[in-house]
Design a binder for this molecule. Sequence first.
Ligand code: NDP
Length: 400
Amino acid sequence: MGKVIIIGAGGVGTVVAHKVAQNPEVFTEIMLASRTKSKCDAIAADVKKRTGVTLQTARVDADSVAELVALFYEFRPELVINVALPYQDLTIMDACLKAGVNYLDTANYEPKEEAKFEYSWQWAYKEKFEKAGLTAILGCGFDPGVTSVFTAYAAKHHFDEMHYLDIVDCNAGDHGKAFATNFNPEINIREVTQKGKYWEDGKWVETAPHEIHKPLTYPEIGPKESYVIYHEELESLVKNFPTLKRARFWMTFGQEYLTHLRVIQNIGMARIDEVEYNGVKIVPIQFLKAVLPDPGDLGENYTGWTSIGCRIRGIKDGKEKTYYVYNNCSHQAAYQETGAQGVSYTTGVPAMIGAMMFFKGEWRKAGVYNVEEFNPDPFMEMLNKHGLPWVEVHDADLEL
Ligand code: NDP
């Protein structure tokens, strides 16, 4: 059906490359491009071994619109799957507009010099994409991504009005390291050390970092201490589902992880500004990334499960009802299939499915859209087929 270019050769790029190659009837030609070409070549060799499919590879600096445009003109893709870092979202969107390429990503734009993410920068491209007749699909990983589609599916099939949404994200895996992050450490630490924030009665309520917490019980896993943090899909979900009176995002953290995080912050290693060291300027959090375990290498010894879902309360046929929809994903199974751990897997599979939705014409309209604005049904069906099956529980105690 179409030519696709994947940008970014980290943990998520590894999974996207494998999953795209597993579906040659949809993705007829595939290129994997990133800053370091040798990483693309290593992934391509692995994909070839597992699937027999050949990927083209290229080096590109995705901070440079000119380099991206040149590559797009050379390869002529119909769609770019952006799984580089959030810093590159706008340059890639600019290049897409210049070269006439459609766009999909898994994380919203974040400026390098400020630990702040919001959709405003990317939503501002809506008119330009509309005029160019191009589709941009934002936030198509697991959270944002599947959690947003879960919410749209619940609204479509199970509620007349949704009132309370709690997205619950548990990683009950064990990678055997004292401290490691499950995706890019810089992005991850910036995300989890910021203030908490949730939506209530038409406004945002801010909390101290990790101030609100309680144990929540996850299916097949049991109770885990869970913390309210701000997560980007809340911004678009409260806009697209205005009946929500409250929307929160919960993530589990172990005590060890939080202790490490506190120390990292207290000693200044989470700083994102430049400091001078021996005549060289370094950014502490970037230096920290260089000495922490590479999230892409955690897979081999990673055991246990992730469990991510939406717990929703609202009204159906005049009566109160609750609904819980979730996926549990095994780190080991993800590693066996793609060589990457569960967090990369749960992000990369939905990115591939979103791209598939685009090529099949299900999610194709000119403009810039968050995933919950599309029809959730064909996406939900594909989750079951491509490695992220989901489970529904009706009228259970949501604990929230
Ligand atoms: P990694 O750090 O493992 O990989 C990022 C890749 O992007 C690396 O290959 C890196 O190149 C490449 N890259 C960075 N800068 C540039 C550049 N200027 N030009 C070209 N390539 C570049 O990250 P992950 O794979 O863990 O995460 C990828 C994305 O997925 C991130 O945006 C992350 O926020 C998002 N994500 C989304 C989730 C969701 O559920 N929605 C969950 C987890 C992650 P190099 O190898 O040279 O460093």
